[in-house]
Design a protein around this ligand. Structure first.
Ligand SMILES: C[S@@+](CC[C@H](N)C(=O)[O-])C[C@H]1O[C@@H](n2cnc3c(N)ncnc32)[C@H](O)[C@@H]1O
Length: 372
């Protein structure tokens, strides 16, 4: 089959990509223009972390790996199992006169014999198939960048799929996308701990249909033990909407309001980004040549601020609906909570989201009476 191509420019890189068509697993070669933000962030993160070697394991047209090779100092290997993708990556390599290795191998086979400072896993759907191999072949203090697009499984629409793939219970809550990201991060951390490794989240986000997390992998039992402290469960009450992170030995059956508690996890309960790293990332991605610079800066600012509170966000409309009270503007509720001495911020997960260390009774109280 002959592939119809067009040339585009992303960042400072020229790319031959398939002419727009259906974006499915069956596309002859996969390229999604909507992932430019994700690729911009990857390039900026590689610039900051300066890995010597970078593996674009599931490269598709080569967009990410070719950009990393062209716009950073990393030595890149770009791989795809699809022979047509392999040919296109080579054409993109020539178009930019680059020196990078291109391979046409099954991802796990490739990783079995190699080591890298930075491994990027950008699959169709779930990344679980590649996590163990990547954890074994990432170098000390190296970075794993992982995408997941199977949000229906992670966010509670298909709980049995989540149990099968991620060995975790999921629930359809008002903070469903945060729960999904935390289950994904929890899965990678639990896998790392099996190899006496721990993880440090540098940056994670949920954008449109996908999750993306950048984790530094730290070797040694002490790091594994430290990571274990961030693995627990969440207990959620669908009646009063309270939620709480709880360790396995402290799980309860009833909420303070008397209703049943529902449990999801195991999941990651710590910060999902590092504030200092967010500052550096913002500085890097502020450069004009990043096509999605403005969008990225807004996203990073929100993510940096929301690390103050790890408890999952509340959806203000859902809380108001439960109370049968008209909704109030999120900013007003945030200000009122801050006046009462609580931490309260917006979240990148939802425009209607409010992240706070206050419990549901405080929020309900403010929504009912206390604004002005
Ligand atoms: C979502 S696409 C990658 C998109 C690309 N990273 C980008 O930024 O445009 C997933 C790719 O993984 C490839 N793939 C799927 N299973 C694979 C495997 N087991 N080993 C290597 N490549 C695989 C597919 O051929 C497809 O090109």
């Amino acid at each position: 089959m002959k592939l119809k191509l067009r040339e585009i420019t992303e960042g400072e890189t020229r790319l031959l990509v398939p002419e727009t068509g259906e974006l499915t697993k069956k596309s002859p070669v996969f390229f999604n223009p909507e992932m430019e933000l994700s690729r911009d962030i990857s390039v900026a993160i590689v610039k900051i972390t300066e890995p010597e070697t970078f593996c674009d394991l599931l490269s598709g047209s080569g967009a990410r790996g070719i950009r990393i090779a062209n716009e950073t100092t990393a030595k890149v290997l770009a791989n795809d199992i699809n022979p047509m993708a392999y040919d296109l990556i080579k054409r993109n390599k020539e178009l930019n006169s680059l020196d990078l290795e291109v391979t046409n191998l099954e991802g796990n086979l490739l990783l079995a014999g190699k080591r890298f400072d930075f491994i990027d896993i950008d699959p169709f759907g779930s990344p679980v198939h590649f996590i163990d191999s990547a954890l074994r072949s990432v170098n000390k203090k190296g970075i794993l960048a992982v995408t997941a697009t199977d949000t229906a499984a992670l966010c509670g629409t298909y709980p049995r799929a989540c149990l099968r793939k991620y060995d975790a219970l999921s629930l359809r809550t008002d903070y469903y996308n945060e729960l999904g990201l935390r289950i994904l991060m929890g899965y990678i951390t639990r896998s790392a701990m099996r190899y006496e490794k721990g993880i440090k989240p540098l940056f994670s986000h949920c954008t449109r249909h996908y999750f993306r997390t950048y984790l530094q992998v730290l070797g040694g039992r002490s790091h594994a033990i430290k990571s274990l402290r961030n693995i627990a469960f969440i207990q959620h009450c669908f009646s009063c909407l309270e939620r709480e992170f709880v360790t396995l030995d402290k799980l309860k059956s009833d909420c303070q309001c008397g209703a049943d508690l529902h449990t999801a996890g195991p999941l990651w309960i710590g910060k999902f980004a590092d504030s200092e790293f967010c500052r550096k990332l913002k500085g890097e991605i502020g450069q004009e040549y990043f096509g999605k610079s403005k969008e990225a800066v807004k996203l990073i600012d929100k993510i940096r601020l929301e690390q103050e509170v790890t408890k999952p966000y509340y959806n203000i409309h859902k809380v108001s609906k439960k109370m049968k009270t008209p909704s109030k503007p999120t900013n007003e509720i945030i200000e009122a909570l801050q006046k009462r001495g609580f931490n309260a911020v917006r979240t990148h997960f939802s425009d209607l989201g409010l992240r706070t260390d206050a419990d549901i009774s405080e929020i309900s109280d403010i929504i009912s009476y206390d604004i002005k």
